[in-house]
Design a protein around this ligand. Structure first.
Ligand code: FAD
Length: 317
């Protein structure tokens, strides 16, 4: 079932989770062990992130180094199929431009369609680790909106191959990313908003936000979206802080602010266990307020911390 149908049919706030594919070499039990503690909350859908390959240097027998492309977290499509099959819960694979040509993307979409997966979260992806700015694949897309249009075309039976003029139509529900604190490359929030609106006009049926730790930022963002004529549901993305290092890492990687009250409390903590308790309490409070605000879904980035998320959702739903 499509994410948008889950939302439209819901009588109350829904819950959903997001997982990363495990590092290459693990088996599917890593996914089940991660998700099992969360299934009691009957998530409406589970997102699975997508990861491009990274350039690394590998030592050769003669002692010199060669540059190799390594994909550390493959398996998004297979994990989505396993989730659908094992838990009977809808899976939402992320789809990214970075590192992929249009043909590979089309093949992935055909696989997803054959597997009965009718949701995708359509994203640009970040720059490769060795690049200062995002560079599209030579045969790929530069912006999420271009990828969105490719999926939209497939939904109309339009394939890349010119000889398939009347192909079978896919039926993907497309979501896109939104940034309450602005995408870091955007000159200002209103420019970012204009591009977000274009993604919705190109067929995105809902927006999923970057994590935030101050609910006011989400509420202001929703207000701005509505003022700009964006009417689709806006799903808040939520993450607990579980160690002190994240006070610096999260702003650096995700370009989000940590409220002073939260950072002060974390700085005073003596151990990571204490930080985890503070982070859990903060997320419980955030979730309760957002539920009261009437958000369609509480979407939790589980990122290796299913027990923390379990403790949060138990208090909220
Ligand atoms: P876009 O919508 O393409 O926007 C990127 C930038 O370009 C923005 O500054 C925007 O304002 C601007 N822009 C947009 N359209 C245009 C245009 N037509 N012309 C000029 N400028 C334009 N990354 C992964 O690699 N894998 C994942 O699984 C993943 N999951 C994510 C899930 C969520 C909910 C979020 C919020 C992010 C996720 N990311 C993921 C990270 C995401 O890929 C990055 O934040 C990336 O930098 C931007 O992606 P986007 O889809 O928002 O890009």
């Amino acid at each position: 079932m499509k994410v948008i149908d889950h939302i439209n049919q819901a009588k109350d706030t829904l819950v959903s989770f997001e997982i990363l594919p495990p590092l290459k070499g693990k088996d599917i039990s890593a996914i089940y062990n991660h998700l099992d503690p969360l299934m009691e909350f009957k998530p409406s859908f589970i997102n699975v992130t997508y990861h491009r390959s990274e350039t690394m240097f590998k030592k050769k027998i003669d002692g010199t180094f060669e540059q190799v492309e390594v994909r550390k977290r493959p398996g998004t499509v297979g994990i989505c199929a396993a989730i659908m099959n094992y838990y009977k819960v809808d899976a939402v694979p992320h789809l990214i431009c970075g590192g992929f040509g249009k043909r590979e993307t089309e093949d992935a979409l055909i696989d997803l369609n054959f597997l009965g997966i009718d949701n995708v979260l359509v994203l640009r992806g970040d720059a490769a680790k060795n690049e200062a700015f995002f560079e599209p694949h030579p045969h790929g897309h530069r912006y999420a909106i271009d990828l969105l249009k490719q999926v939209g075309n497939l939904n109309h039976g339009i394939y890349l191959e010119e000889d398939i003029t009347n192909g079978g139509k896919t039926n993907f529900c497309m979501g896109v990313a939104g940034y309450p604190e602005k995408h870091f490359e955007s000159p200002n929030l209103s420019t970012d908003m204009a591009y977000l609106k274009a993604k919705v006009e190109a067929g995105a049926e809902y927006i999923m936000t970057q994590m935030f730790f101050d609910n006011q930022k989400y509420c202001d963002f929703v207000k701005l979206c509505r003022e700009n004529g964006i009417t689709v549901p806006i799903i808040p993305g939520l993450k607990p802080i579980t160690n002190k290092k994240q006070l610096n890492i999260l702003p650096k990687i995700f370009h989000v602010d940590i409220p002073t009250d939260l950072s002060n409390a974390i700085m005073k903590a003596k151990t990571d266990e204490e930080v985890e308790i503070i982070g859990t309490e903060w997320l419980i409070q955030q979730s309760r307020e957002l539920k009261q605000f009437g958000v369609p879904v509480l979407h939790y980035y589980t990122l290796g911390k299913p027990k923390v998320i379990q403790n949060v959702v138990k208090e909220v739903m």
